[in-house]
Design a protein around this ligand. Structure first.
Ligand SMILES: *[C@@H]1O[C@H](CO)[C@@H](O)[C@H](O)[C@H]1NC(C)=O
Ligand SMILES: *[C@@H]1O[C@H](CO)[C@@H](O)[C@H](O)[C@H]1NC(C)=O
Length: 711
């Protein structure tokens, strides 16, 4: 193809991608969108570009202590540098044996290359080793991987020649110099992966390794009909869910497993499983339900019945829906991904979940947020009960056995019963028949945080970062899509008790678009790691300069990572003094009160939605430029736009109309806006604000009601 042809073709591709956006919801238009090429041009992303004959990059395990990211793909386990995944990667090639591949093909598989060793589990085992499992060409296998620094006094790597480095890479003609890091598979410690990893690479395996015991949500048979939550390894007896009992698990797709303590008493510790499953009540109900299930870590099973089966397994429905104008709820039934945001209190993390709408009727997805308080309330509530196949689900109102089913032995409520084997038979029998809670878990504020409908993509993954901006703390959502992009979104409370979503960026993270499969975030390194069938990319959480070269561009982007430093739009850092210059001394005033986390700031019924007041002017320079919160930066009148709805960072990008920063509204009761005095100058405090805000040193009195003027 001649060069012109290639260029034209590339342009058409780009245009096509752009055009796809036009159908988006108005409110879901990104401030900035970047193609993969534009992203690379910003220098803020790295795509893993070693030419391995691999695919299906699915497992990402971050190891911040060792500065490594472990990646599992087809036939490979990788150890990458967290700072730059292309710097001296360590590579273990771990294919299934030739004999096994032939057996796999003989058994009728391999239509889509299923007879590979798809790595599906990488867990930290001890200080020196990882535990890894792969599908092993439909015969799951597990192994230990030695990893760590040689300086710690471990023997040198190379046993059995198992370790191979990326000698086939265009980036590294010689084997990578890894003098100080070990990474190899222990060849004599191969184990069966049955009950630890599914056979079918299309089926996700979820796992948690706790005290050298492996808990896994898997399909444990070749046919893929026997799904279970399994416990293996360790000293306790192997355990599983009741076999072929569709009340417990009905064709589940596991999404995540997470240990969440219930109290300071370790005997109360529970492992939560997030999954979706086929509804037993179809066609009267949606075909799929999303679930949160849990088990006690110290469950020993029953002693009369449910021997070696969980005797504390309970599950509840996770609802994510939007009420419609006609009172009919639109449900997003298919759980896709879960992000657990840890808080100061380990018992109460915040749970972010991404759902998509099931069925082909409409394509939509939503993000819902759940609190542990709501989840525990449902598990402490009534059990779902059905008299027979043709009856409705009812709350169970009969006599409740003691201890209450689902209670952990030796915990706060049952200190005298040390094992579930001590539980009366009636508890175990009740458990077996009533694993489901009657009430569903609803999201915080009973509505999604983010909704997408009438768009031609779905969310597949979520990761959340907490950012300390000039005006308080923000939660930034990174949402992966099935078209290979990541959207960076913040949700702000509005005066009218509604929320306002801002999509700051939408970025293509792979050269060839492929659905985002896994995401993990490192706040410490300010990086997001993203994987898909085609590869792994990591990108910085912020690229402030793409918003534009003027203060107004920077401010109006409202990206909490960014602020105007007097010359450019740059990463805001509360502690940093590197932008210090005349007029900056005010930054050293007393610490600013932090806005509470977003989820706490969302309006609740009855309470005023707007909670963030103006910062108190303190010292000299500060007083002349009160910092406005990002809620206040928003336009005064609806429909107002400071800049074109979106623009790309390409050189041909139209300059945003900064001069249109604020304008007067003529609507009744309309406020007007003005440029802040001193704004867009040296101060990081930003520019566009209701003109009734004090412009000079003043007391933090409520803003006076003035008839305003436009500047
Ligand atoms: C890559 O893998 C495929 C199947 O997994 C195989 O057919 C092909 O020969 C491999 N290519 C190389 C260069 O090893
Ligand atoms: C970690 O586990 C591996 C595999 O069981 C074992 O060989 C190794 O000695 C252990 N290392 C430490 C430090 O306990």
């Amino acid at each position: 193809m001649p060069v012109v042809g290639v260029l034209l073709w590339a342009t058409l591709l780009t245009l096509g991608w752009r055009a796809a956006h036009a159908k988006d919801h108005g409110f879901a238009t990104p401030r900035v969108q970047l193609s993969f090429k534009e992203l690379k041009a910003t220098g803020t992303a790295h795509f893993f570009n070693f030419l391995l004959n691999s695919s299906d990059y699915r497992i990402l395990l971050k190891d911040e202590d060792h500065d490594r990211m472990y990646v599992g793909s087809k036939d490979y386990v990788l150890s990458l540098d967290l700072h730059d995944i292309n710097r001296e990667p360590l590579i273990i090639h771990w294919p299934a044996s030739q004999q096994r591949i032939e057996e796999c093909i003989l058994s009728g598989k391999n239509s889509n290359g299923e007879c590979g060793n798809f790595i599906r589990l990488i867990q930290p085992w001890n200080r020196t080793h990882l535990y890894v499992c792969g599908t092993g060409a439909y015969n799951p296998i597990c192994a230990f991987v030695n990893r760590g620094r040689k300086a710690q006094g471990f023997p040198p790597s190379q046993p059995g020649g198992r370790e191979s480095r990326s000698t086939d890479s265009p980036l590294s003609p010689r084997p990578a110099q890894s003098k100080d890091y070990i990474f190899y598979l222990e060849p004599d410690k191969l184990e069966s992966g049955k009950g630890k990893c599914s056979y079918d690479p299309k089926v996700d395996t979820v796992s948690a390794l706790i005290n050298e015991e492996l808990y896994a949500g898997v399909y444990i048979d070749f046919m893929g009909t026997d799904a279970a939550i399994f416990r293996t390894m360790g000293k306790q007896t192997a355990m599983r869910t009741d076999q072929y009992n569709s009340r417990w698990l009905n064709d589940p797709a596991f999404v995540r497993a997470q240990l969440i303590p219930d109290s300071s008493e370790r005997n109360d510790d529970k492992l939560y499983f997030f999954f979706r499953e086929k509804s037993a009540d179809a066609p009267l109900s949606p075909g799929v339900y999303s679930r949160i299930g849990r088990i006690c870590l110290n469950d020993d099973g029953g002693h009369c019945c449910l021997v070696n089966k969980w005797s504390t397994f309970l599950k509840a429905r996770l609802v994510c829906s939007v009420p419609g104008p006609d009172g009919i709820e639109t449900h997003f039934d298919e759980l896709q991904d879960v992000f657990i945001q840890q808080t100061q209190d380990t018992k109460n993390p915040i749970i972010y979940a991404v759902f998509s709408a099931s069925g082909s009727v409409f394509k939509g997805s939503a993000v819902c947020v759940y609190s542990m308080a709501d989840i525990r309330m449902v598990f402490n509530g009534p059990f779902a009960h059905k008299e027979g196949p043709n009856y409705q689900w009812m709350p169970y109102t009969g006599k409740m056995p003691y201890p209450r089913p689902g209670t952990c032995p030796g915990g706060t409520f049952t200190p005298s019963m040390k094992s579930t084997k001590d539980y009366p038979d009636e508890v175990i029998n009740f458990m077996r028949a009533h694993p489901l809670m009657y009430h569903a878990v609803y999201p915080t504020h009973r509505q999604p945080l983010v909704v997408r409908t009438n768009v031609n993509y779905r969310f597949t993954t979520v990761a959340v970062d907490q950012v300390d901006a000039a005006d308080g703390r923000y939660e930034v959502l990174f949402l992966g899509t099935d078209r290979g992009t990541v959207q960076k979104v913040i949700v702000l409370p509005r005066d009218d008790m509604e929320t306002e979503e801002l999509m700051l960026e939408e970025i293509e993270v792979f050269k060839v678009p492929a659905p985002i499969k896994t995401m993990t975030i490192s706040s410490k390194r300010q990086q997001l790691y993203v994987s898909s069938a085609v590869g792994v990319t990591h990108l910085a959480l912020h690229r402030c300069d793409v918003y534009g070269e003027a203060c107004a561009d920077c401010c109006l982007a409202r990206d909490p990572y960014c602020a105007w430093d007097g010359n450019a739009c740059t990463r805001y850092s509360a502690s940093s003094k590197r932008y210090g210059g005349p007029g900056e001394s005010g930054r050293e005033g007393p610490p600013r009160p932090q806005a509470p986390p977003l989820t706490a700031r969302l309006p609740t019924g009855g309470a005023g939605g707007k909670t963030s007041g103006m910062a108190t002017p303190s010292a000299s320079a500060e007083a002349t430029t009160p910092t406005l919160t990002r809620t206040q930066w928003r336009p005064c009148s609806t429909g107002w736009r400071a800049a074109p709805p979106s623009w790309s960072a390409s050189p041909a990008r139209p300059r945003p109309a900064s001069s249109g920063c604020c304008r007067r509204t003529t609507a009744t009761g309309g406020k007007s806006c003005g440029w802040k005095a001193g704004c867009c100058g040296r101060s990081r405090a930003c520019c566009c604000a209701p003109s009734s805000l004090p412009t000079a040193a003043s007391t933090p009195a409520p803003p006076p009601r003035t008839t305003s003027s436009t500047r």
